[in-house]
Design a protein around this ligand. Structure first.
Ligand code: 6PG
Length: 634
């Protein structure tokens, strides 16, 4: 059952005699919205002219069209039906300028003969053949209107119009994987009319979207397809299509078929974890075809996508504004009720920011894995470690710390599930991309690569087993192995500050290089809810990082770093002697030592470069920036 509810403004157009007024009135009545007859809104000068039998010029019509445009705008969120002949395209353009997406054009189409016959049969209404002919001559048939044949009775026509309007989905989702399904349900729960599509692969993927729709009551109003053309036809214009398929070749394959079916002005939104440079390329590809491509980071996993993810869109700003309401409605809300969704910037900046989000996520996860292994090495049980982490939640609360407590406590029968899980960490690629980007950008964001390489090392299970047997580890007494809990907590906090400092500095640097003008405090704000790295720390960053001062030098973080420096040093020293693998804790400390050395060791590197390659060097205190070369040996 389709609900008769629309907030759209509906223009009913066509030549005189096509039945605009009776259809328009009936339509407005059925939709419970205002009815406006354009003829009632002519300026006095036009009325006088018309009464004198003088035909109106295009110029005369301008103030009248502007009146109607304003009336349409006044009805934008409440809906309304406006009947207006609007025979020329330029009239329709004037009526719909800046509100194209909020209005629907209905074109009542009928033949000259039919209309002429009807006119003759009507009492008190006379139009001679010449006048009707001139209407048909003036008529420029609309391309983007819903075309309705006027042969039927008004009741049937109105029913057809309502069906057409109500049946059109506002937004479509391609790809009914875990994330696509959750996003679709989220859209439907927010009362958006959604069309769902999943490809049809015989024996492998059959009726996926249709079965999915049937499984969830909130998808009652949704339309499901495994035929791409039908899916496209079900969407209102400009079409808005969220693509939620695997990053890489799958996106390009979907884009190829979309390009064959979509039209100029349509908007494709890639909500997967695509590489931002690929997004740049796809934006250009669609732009070359008159379409828009919005690349958007979406974080929060399956649950987040369903209940409110953090959303990081980028690309053409005007195109973004056309999809803004959908993304903002489905996004998580921050503590002030604002959506965790913000326009990040031009090009693929949204996917770039999501990639760095994932890089930060890698290091945050690795830090927790290291803290867990340090505590385990001291002989603590999973429950005892969970208790410690739970205690940390009080002042270092984060989503990742919270789920780690749950994971540590999860049992599979009598044993802890965690102890049964193979210690080989997989990855889907965003950490690798972030690491390549770090190398390319020239920013020393060292913790993300450290976390990535820890995952890579974990993967060499057999080699690790061989090495464990080959290189003996001297066992220490439990007292020698002990790391003070408070020291570990401080070391963890220290490392998180460095990790976030590095991540945000990286975003700033790449944003500057690309002139994206990414707003760092907005990014921190949209990461306060919905995403994997949401935390109390992120909330403080959202409130304090507005001046874009690097986190390292911002309070209270700067003081915390000073205060816990000794603690992380002790933790790292202890774990070096204990021969534990704690690359992210070590890297946090290492970076801190590197950044706070005003006079470093790179003078020797420069001398060596100049020695063997005549690469030149600069001199301390020489402000001119002059480059020197020395003949170092005979
Ligand atoms: C998120 C996650 C999400 C996904 C990662 C996993 O923000 O919701 O980051 O994007 O879980 O891609 O990445 P790895 O498989 O590389 O760990």
């Amino acid at each position: 059952m389709i609900k008769n509810k629309t907030s759209k403004v509906i223009f009913v157009m066509g030549v005189s005699g096509a039945g605009k007024t009776s259809i328009g009135q009936l339509l407005a009545k059925n939709l419970h919205v205002d009815f406006i007859d354009a003829d009632d809104h002519h300026p006095t000068s036009n009325i006088e002219k018309m009464s004198a039998g003088i035909p109106l010029t295009d110029e005369d019509r301008l103030p009248w069209l502007d009146n109607l445009h304003q009336i349409a705008k006044n009805h934008l969120n409440i809906g309304g039906v406006i009947t207006c002949s609007a025979l020329k395209e330029k009239y329709r353009d004037r009526l719909s300028r800046s509100i194209q997406d909020e209005i629907v054009w209905i074109y009542l189409k009928g033949s000259y003969d039919l209309i002429y016959k009807r006119m003759q049969n009507r009492n008190h209404h006379f139009m001679d053949a010449a006048m009707l002919k001139s209407q048909f001559e003036t008529l420029e048939e609309p391309k983007d209107a819903i075309e309705i044949d006027i042969v039927d009775a008004p009741e049937i026509i109105v029913e057809k119009i309502i069906n057409e309007i109500m049946m059109k989905a506002e937004i479509g989702v391609i790809g009914m994987g875990v994330m696509g399904k959750s996003l679709s349900r989220n859209l439907a729960r927010n009362d958006f009319k959604v069309a769902l599509y999943n490809r049809h692969v015989v024996g492998k993927e059959e009726n996926i979207a249709i079965d999915f729709k049937q499984a969830y009551p909130e998808l009652n109003q949704a339309q499901a397809f495994d035929d791409l053309q039908k899916f496209i036809q079900a969407l209102e214009r400009p079409r808005k299509v969220i693509v939620m398929v695997n990053a890489g070749a799958a996106i390009d394959a979907v884009l190829k078929s979309l390009l064959e079916n979509l039209e100029a002005g349509d908007i494709v939104i890639d909500a997967g974890n695509s590489h931002y440079k690929e997004t740049n390329r796809r934006i250009q590809l669609l732009q070359d075809n008159g379409l828009y491509f919005i690349g958007t980071g979406v974080s929060g996993g399956e649950k987040g996508a369903l209940e409110g993810p953090s959303i990081m869109p980028s690309g053409d700003k005007l195109a973004y504004q056309k999809i803004q309401k959908y993304l903002e409605n489905i996004a998580a809300k921050d503590d002030n009720g604002r959506p965790c969704c913000t326009y990040v910037g031009e090009q693929g900046s949204g996917h770039f920011v999501k990639m760095i989000h994932n890089g930060i996520e890698y290091a945050e996860m690795q830090l927790l894995a290291e803290c867990n292994s340090i505590l385990k090495h001291q002989g603590l049980s999973n429950e005892a470690i969970a208790d410690i982490f739970e205690d940390w939640m009080k002042d270092l609360g984060s989503y990742l710390l919270g789920i780690t407590v749950d994971i540590l406590r999860k049992k599979d029968g009598d044993v802890y599930l965690l102890d049964r899980i193979m210690d080989k960490a997989a990855n889907k690629g965003t950490g690798k991309w972030a690491t390549s980007c770090i190398a390319e950008s020239g920013v020393a964001a060292t913790m993300i690569p450290a976390a990535l390489f820890a995952r890579y090392l974990s993967f060499f299970k057999e080699q690790r087993q061989m090495a464990a047997a080959h290189f003996s580890i001297q066992n220490k007494s439990s007292e020698e192995r002990k790391v003070a809990k408070e020291e570990l907590k401080n070391a963890y906090q220290f490392s998180r500050i460095i990790n976030h400092h590095q991540g945000f500095s990286l975003i700033k640097s790449v944003s500057d290089q690309n002139e994206w003008k990414v707003n760092l405090s907005e990014i921190a704000r949209i990461w306060t809810e919905g995403c994997i790295i949401k935390s109390d720390f992120m909330k403080s960053l959202a409130n304090t990082s507005k001046d874009e001062n690097p986190i390292l030098f911002s309070e209270p973080w700067s003081s915390i770093l000073k205060k816990s420096h000794k603690d992380i040093q002790n933790v790292v020293i202890k774990n070096v002697t204990n021969q534990l693998h704690v690359p992210c804790l070590m890297e946090a400390l290492n970076y801190f030592h590197g950044i706070k050395i005003a006079d470093g060791s790179a003078n020797l590197i420069q001398a060596q470069r100049d020695y063997f390659g005549a690469h030149t060097y600069q001199l301390k205190g020489d402000e001119s920036g002059k480059k020197y070369h020395t003949k170092w040996s005979d």
